[in-house]
Design a protein around this ligand. Structure first.
Ligand code: NAD
Length: 269
């Protein structure tokens, strides 16, 4: 894809699932990758192995990689993490706000602590990462790119996961607000909204029966994979998407079209 070769990309939560695939995809495009991990450097090593494996099949890979520790729910970690990447790579060109968690609970039983945990990673953490890289983009003066990893639950309510839905709903407005505020400075801010994607965050990934139930709601008849999420993330960060800002691209096999409406359902039909 145009314009990704040699770019410095920071991917939060790059040790698993969608973040790992995004890191590998940008590496294949020739970018330099800062792999953020929370507390387990061995997991960052796994991402490096995936990059190595994928790059062995592709000409023109050959960017640099670095590991950067940081808990995105901690402001000081985020500031240090961005500083480390800038001092090692010289700059950050692209931020991928991918780190995310979910906690299930009936909403009337959700503790303030659990609510705070989810919001502090998914929403506050993403904002603080964006804030830090925007400061850097403004100082160096030639724009920059932020991609937020949102969810179909940006718009689909999700009972028992109100904190997750709130975080992704907030992310939609954060994406639009930052996109509008910094468009005059050449900063593009977009989001992807994955549908049901097989990763460790979903316990159904290893349960064929539960998976089938989920698939029954997906018009394209299957769950998504991490490579599909990574491809659109790379596209949005590339020069091919140079006129797109403030948008969320849904990558969901049609989940947000509501499969139940495939059959006639209104009165009299
Ligand atoms: P995952 O559990 O495989 O990966 C989550 C990553 O975030 C891990 O690398 C984890 O270490 C990291 N992380 C968690 N808390 C962190 C913290 N405090 N600081 C730094 N890193 C932290 O899940 P995934 O499915 O790959 O999720 C990635 C993103 O995609 C999340 O934002 C999630 O909400 C979103 N998403 C996933 C799906 C899906 O079906 N898998 C659907 C929609 C959106």
């Amino acid at each position: 894809m145009k314009g990704l070769k040699g770019k410095n990309v920071l991917v939060t939560g790059a040790t698993s699932g969608i973040g790992k695939a995004i890191a590998a995809r940008f590496a294949v495009e020739g970018a330099n990758i800062a792999i953020n991990y929370r507390n387990d450097p061995e997991k960052a090593e796994d991402t490096e192995k995936l990059i190595e494996e994928m790059c062995s099949q592709v000409k023109g890979c050959g960017g640099k990689e670095m590991r950067v520790e940081g808990d995105v729910s901690q402001e000081q970690d985020i500031i240090r993490m961005c500083d480390e990447v800038i001092s090692k790579f010289g700059s950050i060109d692209i931020l991928i706000n991918n780190a995310g968690i979910q906690i299930a609970a009936d909403s009337h039983k959700l503790s303030a602590d659990d609510l705070d945990k989810v919001l502090s990673v998914n929403l506050r953490g993403s904002f603080l990462c964006a804030r830090e890289v925007i400061k850097h983009f403004l100082e160096r003066g030639n724009g920059g790119i932020i991609i937020n990893v949102s969810s179909v639950h940006e718009i689909i309510p999700r009972p028992q996961y109100v904190s997750y839905s709130m975080s992704k709903g907030g992310m939609e407005n954060m994406t639009k607000t930052l996109a509008l505020e910094y468009a005059p400075k050449g900063i593009r801010v977009n989001a992807i909204a994955p549908g049901a994607t097989e990763t460790p965050i979903n316990e159904w990934s290893n349960d064929p029966q539960k998976k089938q139930k989920i698939v029954s709601h997906i018009p394209l008849g299957r769950t998504g994979n991490t490579e599909e999420m990574a491809a659109i993330t790379a596209f949005l960060a590339s020069d091919d998407a140079s006129y797109i800002t403030g948008q969320t691209i849904f990558i969901d096999g049609g989940l947000t079209l509501y499969a139940d409406f495939l059959k006639p359902w209104s009165a009299g039909e």
